[in-house]
Design a protein around this ligand. Structure first.
Ligand code: BV8
Length: 229
C-alpha cells in the first residue's frame, strides 16, 4: 500500500447526498453563471445577490436531508486505517467529509458554514443567513461579514501545504471533479511529476482524463468503497 496518499474531491462526491454539482446546473444559479456570482467583484457590486447565493446553499446544507454518503464514509475509514498517511483535499465547501469522520482535511475553496470578517480576517461559524445590513459580530460594521469561501480570482487556501503533500505522495486519487477549475485541476500533473500513481474516479471522463494513469467511471458511492475497502 502507498506510504502517502493524497485525495482530491469535487462536487461529484456530494452529488448522491443531494447537493447539486456545478455542471448539473450547467454552471448556472438562478440564471447567473457561477463564475459571475462567485467573485469579489460580484460581491462588491451586488452583495445581496451573492449573499443570497450562499444563504440558499447554507440552508440546504443545514437541512436534515443532507447527509454524508458511502463515498464520504469510505474515505474516513481509509484515514483511520492508515493513520498519518492520508491527506484529503476538497474543493467542496460543504461539511460532509468532516461529518463522515475525515480529520486530515483541507478545504482549499473555503467552507460554507464559516464567515470571515473583512476587517480582521477573523473567522466564525455561521448557521444563518448573511445580509448586507447584518452588523459583523467581530468588528460591528454592517455587511462586513462575507462567506469564508474562495471566489474565482482569489487564492485558494493552504496551497503551500498542498504542493508539499503532492511532492511526496505516491498515490493521488481524484474523485468527483470535472477538472475545470484551477489550480485543483493541475494537481494531477504535480503528482505525476513526482512519480505518484494517479487515479481518476468520476461519473464520466473529466477534462483531465488523459493525465491519469488509471481511471474508473461510475457513481462515487460504488467506486470509492470498492477502491478503499
Ligand atoms: C486562482 C467556491 C489565482 C465557491 C470555487 C483560464 C484558464 C485556466 C484557469 C483560469 C482561467 N481563467 C481564470 C482561471 C482561474 C480560475 C479558474 O480555474 N477558472 C475556470 C472556470 C476556468 N481559478 C481561480 O480563480 C482560482 N484562483 O486561480 O487564483 C491567483 C493567483 C495569485 C493571487 C490570487 C489569485 C479559484 C478557484 C476557486 C473558485 N471557487 N468554489 C463556491 O463553491 O461557490 S470553484 C467551484 O467550482 C467548486 O469549488 C469547484 O471547485 C468548482 C466546480 O468543480 P467540480 O467540483 O469539479 O464540480 P463540477 O460540477 O464541475 O464537476 C462535478 C463532477 O462530478 C463532474 O465531472 C461529474 O461527472 C461528476 N459527478 C457527478 N455526480 C457524480 C459524479 N462523480 C461521481 N459520482 C457521482 N454521483
Amino acid at each position: 500500500m502507498a506510504e502517502n496518499i493524497v485525495i482530491l474531491t469535487g462536487a461529484g462526491i456530494s452529488a448522491e447526498s443531494g447537493i447539486k454539482t456545478f455542471r448539473a446546473s450547467d454552471g448556472l444559479w438562478e440564471n447567473h453563471r457561477v463564475e459571475d456570482v462567485a467573485t469579489p467583484e460580484a460581491f462588491f457590486r451586488n452583495p445581496l445577490m451573492v449573499q443570497q447565493f450562499y444563504n440558499t446553499r447554507r440552508e440546504q446544507l443545514l437541512s436534515a436531508a443532507i447527509k454524508p454518503n458511502a463515498a464520504h464514509q469510505a474515505l474516513a475509514r481509509l484515514e483511520t486505517a492508515w493513520p498519518g498517511q492520508v491527506l484529503l483535499i476538497t474543493q467542496n465547501i460543504d461539511n460532509l467529509h468532516e461529518r463522515a469522520g475525515s480529520r486530515n482535511l483541507i478545504h482549499m475553496h473555503g467552507e460554507l458554514l464559516k464567515g470571515r470578517c473583512q476587517t480582521s480576517g477573523g473567522l466564525l461559524e455561521i448557521d444563518h443567513d448573511l445580509t448586507p445590513a447584518l452588523p459583523c459580530p467581530l468588528c460591528g460594521k454592517p455587511g462586513c461579514l462575507r462567506p469564508h469561501v474562495v471566489w474565482f480570482g482569489e487564492m485558494p487556501l493552504q496551497m503551500e501545504t498542498i504542493y508539499q503533500a503532492l511532492a511526496r505522495c505516491d498515490l493521488f486519487i481524484s474523485i468527483g471533479t470535472s477538472g475545470n477549475v484551477y489550480p485543483a485541476a493541475g494537481f494531477v500533473e504535480e503528482a505525476n511529476r513526482h512519480g505518484a500513481h494517479t487515479i481518476e474516479l468520476n461519473l464520466e471522463p473529466s477534462q483531465r482524463l488523459t493525465a491519469f494513469a488509471e481511471h474508473r467511471h461510475g457513481l462515487a458511492t460504488d467506486l470509492v468503497p470498492h477502491y478503499v475497502d
